[in-house]
Structures are given as C-alpha cells and as structure tokens.
Design a protein around this ligand. Structure first.
Ligand code: GLN
Length: 480
C-alpha cells in the first residue's frame, strides 16, 4: 500500500498503526532472505505503534502518525545499534539521534529497523556490507544497487512504504533505479546531516526512497528543513507538496544531455528512457538535446574528492573513543593499526589509502586541487544548461541490476554504475529516479535533475509521469 493510501486509511480509522506495523514486520520476516535489514526493532515498533494509535484517538497531530518505515543504518538512533554496514560500528549504540530521526519520531512514524548498506556508504551494489549483500526483490541473484540497497529492497518488496537513504554519488537514485522504486536526493543542505555518519561531507545528502514521487514528497517534507546543528544546512523555502503535485508538463523544457546517453549505456536502458521522454513530450514537455561537456570527468573527480574526504572523516575511528577495538594491543600504534585493519573492510581501506594519497604533500595539487577545479567546471555546465531548460533527464544507471559478484573483481566497472549520478552531487543539485520500464525483465530508472532548491519541480514532473504510467506500480515476483 502506498504511503498516501496508508495515511488515508489511518485517518479514516479503517486501519491502525498496530495493524500496519504487524503487517510490515510479517512482510519483513517473510522476505528475510533479502538480507535488507541489519537490525529489526520489532518490540520498539509495536510499542511506538500503540502510542501512535492512542495519539490518533486523542486527535494528536503528526504528519506520519503510525506509518512504519526503516532507516538506512547510518542515521544515528538513540539506543538502537547503528552500524554503517561496518564491523567498525557493529556494536555501536548511539547516545543521541540524528536530526532526521528526531523529525520522523516527532511526526509519529514507526521505525521497524535499520536497513543494510555498503560499508560507510561506499559502493554501488550493497556487496561491501560487513553484514553480507542485500538482494534485489526482482531477482535475488542480483544486487539491489548501492549503497542504500537495503532501503531500496525494503520498499520494492513493499515491506515499508518508505525508507530513509543517503546519496553521496548516487546511493539513493541508483538502488532506486535497480529495484524499480522512486528515490529522491534533495539539494545539498536541504536535509540535515546531523547524526548521519559521514562519508564525504561536501557531497553527502539524506533523502528518501518510496514507491512513488507523491509518497517520497510526503516523507521528504517531514525530514527537510534548517538545522542549526548542521553547519551546511540551509534555511531554504519549504517544499510545497500540494503545489508540486498539481504541476503541469505543458511547456516544460527537459534537457537530454548527450553525455548521459552515449557509450556505455545498455540499449534496453536507453530504449526505456527514450520511451519515457516520449511520454513527457506527448504531455506537452519539450525535449531539448544539451551538452554537459565536463561530466565525462565526473567519475574521475568524484573518486578523488570522495576518498579524500572519507580519509579525513574516517580518521576518527581509532579504536580509542568508540567503534571496534582490537584485543590486547601491544602499544598505541598497534591499537590504531589493528583496530582499523580489523574494523574496516577492503573497499573502505582502499578509499582511505587513495584519499590519504591524493591529499599528501606533493600530490595535493596534482590530484585533489585539480579535482576541485573539475568540480567547478561541472557545476558551471549545469548552471549554463539550466539557463535553457527546466529539468535535465537521462538514465539513472547505465545498466539494470547486475548479478551478485559480477562487478566485484572490477572496481572500475563498479564505479561506472554511477556515471550519470555523481556529477549531480558534485554540483549539489537535487535529483530523483523513477521507474520507467523494464529491460530483460528488470526495472529501469529515469533520472530527473533540477536547479538548486527546485525539488517541487522534480516532484511535480515525476508525479505527472506517474499519473499516466504504471511502471511504479509493478511488483516484483511473489510480492503482493
Ligand atoms: N557508489 C558511489 C561510491 O561508492 C556512491 C555512493 C554513495 O552515494 N554513497 O562512492
């Protein structure tokens, strides 16, 4: 059931929070093979659902009162284990909650658990999780995408109507595309990062995955907003959901970047995206070919900047203050080295090494500083394009969900899964992915990107498409 329908059912009394929560928990247990949850908070969820039902009976407010959901496991939740998909934090119980958790709590939403993810959000397949890969509900032998693979799988399998996620280079949009659901990454600064375990701070942004743009907008409007505890949080005008939902496509100018549609995009994906843009055109939008020339360097720049920031952010995990600590250290150096060696997986270690290297004296100018210049060029490309068009569209991912293990031995192939998403983070723009068809029986995602703070336009354009298509209603085999 959609979030909007569930809210209507709760409002009318046809449904209860307790019932919705039991349903989510039993669906989660039937779909345990997806390995989409790292922690299940069943008892706390039942108690929260009862409180929600009581609050509703008393007429208490709450935008999401009684709605079950899951958090990507990098949002700190007071007294609930928060692992970031890592052995380093496998036993970490935060003494405080992320702002977005506080906001969801205040809205009355019911947390049923913490979703699987690539370790410290590094990955495009969820295979880099210390807790094992999550699986794609469309085909359990395939990846759900990453790093928010658990969140996308939970929503695709209709276990929860929405889940939180984070996107540093595509981790909301790419798994949403591979699992056939809707994921929105807001403008950098729209949603607080306070209490969200950092990967690359200048790129990280929290958002949501849901089954439709309408539902994603409902959840997003709860978590968005200025937070003085996050120094990069921006006091932007709020997203007007009802305004967005009534947007018309007539006259909308949609740019199709040549660089997003060229080499490396599977033909089945390209065909589905072309068909989707034809629907936009049919409903009055104008499709314009555009260029984002610097985006061909986006992956290269991203894989310098993100590891650089990660190497700095992850320095705090030293085995002293919190996180994994090795047994019987000989001395302080041994404590640091072994704790980090045991606590971090290979992908994370590789990125710490890369990041440390590109920041080191002698290489800083050649790599890090250069990547920052490319980042500026990429942002300038978008700014220029948005003088001519209202939205930019293309395939979210170059391919559909791949087989588990298929790209693990080839990191470059894995990194290329984000070829169309990372440039958006480098420019700090809002973007979403919506299901737009199938290739080889697997979902394809359409990415839409808007100028800064224009989430309403994104949501409006996605909702208009979902009003005239059914792709977002398709269910994975065995899911009812
Ligand atoms: N796949 C990209 C990476 O591994 C993006 C991850 C993300 O957005 N968190 O860095």
């Amino acid at each position: 059931m959609s979030l909007a329908a569930l809210l209507a059912g709760l409002d009318s009394g046809a449904m209860s929070a307790r019932g919705a929560t039991e349903d989510a928990l039993s669906r989660a247990s039937r779909a345990a093979g997806l390995n989409a949850l790292i922690t299940l908070t069943a008892d706390a969820a039942r108690a929260a659902a009862e409180r929600a039902d009581a609050a509703r009976a008393m007429g208490a407010p709450g935008e999401l009162l009684g709605v079950p959901y899951a958090h990507k496991d990098l949002f700190c939740t007071l007294d609930v284990t928060t692992t970031a998909g890592s052995r380093m934090l496998a036993k970490f119980v935060p003494p405080y909650s992320a702002t977005i958790h506080e906001k969801l709590d205040a809205s009355g939403a019911v947390l049923i658990g913490k979703a699987n993810m690539d370790e410290f959000a590094m990955g495009s397949s969820n295979e880099h999780s210390y807790f094992g890969a999550a699986r794609n509900p469309w085909d359990p032998d395939r990846v759900p995408g990453g790093s928010s693979g658990g969140s996308a799988a939970l929503v695709a399998a209709r276990i929860v109507p929405f889940a939180t996620a984070s996107d540093t280079g595509g981790s909301i949009r790419q798994p949403a595309a591979l699992c056939g659901v809707t994921g929105i990454k807001p403008t950098y600064g729209r949603v607080s990062r306070y209490g969200m375990i950092a990967y690359a701070s200048s790129l990280d942004q929290a958002g949501v995955i849901a089954t439709s743009a309408h539902d994603a907008a409902l959840a997003l409007s709860v978590i968005a907003g200025f937070d003085p505890r996050d120094p990069t949080s921006v006091d932007a005008p709020p997203i007007d959901v009802s305004d967005a939902l009534s947007m018309s496509l007539a006259g909308l100018r949609i740019g199709r970047p040549r660089q997003w549609c060229g080499e490396g995009i599977d033909s089945g994906v390209a065909n589905a995206v072309d068909a989707a843009l034809a629907i936009y055109a049919e409903h009055g939008a104008r499709i314009v070919d555009i260029d984002l020339p610097s985006s061909e360097h986006a992956i290269a720049a991203y894989y310098v900047i993100a590891p650089a920031e990660a190497s700095s952010n992850l320095a705090r995990f030293d085995g002293v203050r919190y996180g994994h600590r090795c047994a019987h250290p000989k001395d302080l150096a041994d404590l640091y080295t072994r704790s980090r060696e045991e606590g971090f997986g290979h992908e994370v270690q590789k990125r710490i090494l890369t990041g440390t290297y590109v920041l080191s004296a002698g290489y800083y100018e050649a790599y890090y500083h250069r990547a920052l210049k490319v980042r500026r060029l990429i942002a300038n490309d978008f700014a220029r394009a948005f003088n001519e068009v209202d939205l930019i569209a293309g395939p979210t991912s170059p391919c559909v969900a791949f087989k588990l293990g298929e790209k693990l031995a080839d990191p470059v192939a894995m990194y290329l899964a984000d070829v169309n998403t990372v440039s958006v983070n480098l420019a700090g723009l809002p973007a979403l992915s919506i299901p737009c068809g199938f290739s080889d029986g697997l979902p394809v995602g359409l990415q839409l990107c808007a100028p800064w703070w224009q989430e309403s336009r994104l949501i409006g354009a996605a909702h208009a498409y979902q009003r005239v298509t059914d792709w977002h209603r398709a269910l994975p085999p065995g899911i009812a």
